[in-house]
Design a binder for this molecule. Sequence first.
Ligand code: FAM
Length: 435
Amino acid sequence: QSTLKERLAELIPAEIENVKAIRAEHGQKTFGQVTVDQVYGGMRGLPALLWDGSVLDPEEGIRFRGKTIEECQAALPKAPGGSEPLPEGLFWLLLTGEIPTPEQVNQLSKEWAARAALPEFVEEIIDRCPGTLHPMSQFSMAVTALNHDSSFAKAYSEGISKKEYWGHTFEDSMDLIAKLPNIAGRIYQNVYGKGKPAPIDPSKDYSWNLAHVLGFSDNEAFVELMRLYIVIHSDHEGGNVSAHTGKLVGSALSDPFLAFGASLNGLAGPLHGLANQEVLVWLRKMQDKIGSNASDEAVKEYVWSTLKGGQVVPGYGHAVLRKTDPRYTAQRAFALKHLPEDPLFKLVGQVYNIVPDILLEAGKAKNPWPNVDAHSGALLTHYGLHQMQFYTVLFGVSRAFGVAAQLIWDRALGAPLERPKSYSSEAIKKMFANR
Ligand code: FAM
């Protein structure tokens, strides 16, 4: 059976031809108009990027290589005795469009475990961070520092041909993903005063090892949660802040460590990945103010007070989605199966019944429905991972899968330096003065 790299090497030449044919036939055709509002409005809906790994439909949500979350749950290999898909399989799917065999997935688990060790100086960087430094800042620093041993950067400086870019990007991406549990575990143990992370077990899968370095591998349900969590957080088409940042920085031929470090800095923003921390902060503040078993009326009043204070309701709304995020629904199904009576889960459900109507009534948000971040904190808290400042790190570990897959394909297809055009307001006024 082929390894992932061998399979990719088989697929790349045909895809290069496919892209050539598309460009020859359609290269001069237009998608439509670009409005001035799109230029001022964060480029919403602007067709500008290519990525085959996942596509986001506003109504239906994400599909990974054409498969919904439920279809991935059914089709991807599981751990022995487990029922959630292994992220190893999702990475294979993102890269090749194919479902791997259990042996191929097992081989990836082993390879990542074998590559997991951190250089000592990276451990020291993490150890020297003050506990008051946000875990995401520590995370991005450590990832950036891994560029010290980048196969791509070294080969580039020695003068490789463009045809060899993807192979080195693949090697770096495998190292990057492999080392994230040790980085995350070290930050967690340092910041929350629990000693040093337990060693990676080469006989176990990636998610088990992630749970292990955090100190939760004894709980099989938490390990299952990590498998689902990584899969659903891995990728969300190309235009979201973390995915697009990685692609942009990678287009300068910065290696995968530099590119993904930049992705993490974008993920650390409250409108993006930090929203999972913000949701828990918001729910806890609500409980402090109106108590734990508050009435619907009291919750409604709290939601309105958030909006009247000029703040967003974290975990609700989306730049593309216009329905409940299937990543939210997948987590809700997990909670109904594993923790139906959990009080925080019940509060998340109560909020779900209340917030959309209020956002609709307030009339600003284009999407009143919950996104992925509205749910994840309640699940993590249930299992004792209640340090909310750490939540976005887990999002970051997961997002590496999508960003890495994109970087590998971008280098394989020879994606050029990204360089869109910016305009001054004065130029826009002049351009449309008589139109
Ligand atoms: N609560 C209150 N107001 C909201 C809102 C929310 N949850 N979502 C959107 N709005 C407001 C928004 O701030 C904007 O107000 P102004 O006109 O005063 O600027 C207006 O509604 C129109 O915004 P939009 O077009 O509906 O949303 P955008 O595409 O500009 O932004 C989000 C999308 C996600 C940034 C926005 O919905 C938001 O701030 N949500 C809360 C934060 C959050 O949950 N982020 C996580 C998103 C997630 F899926 C992820 O990246 N992980």
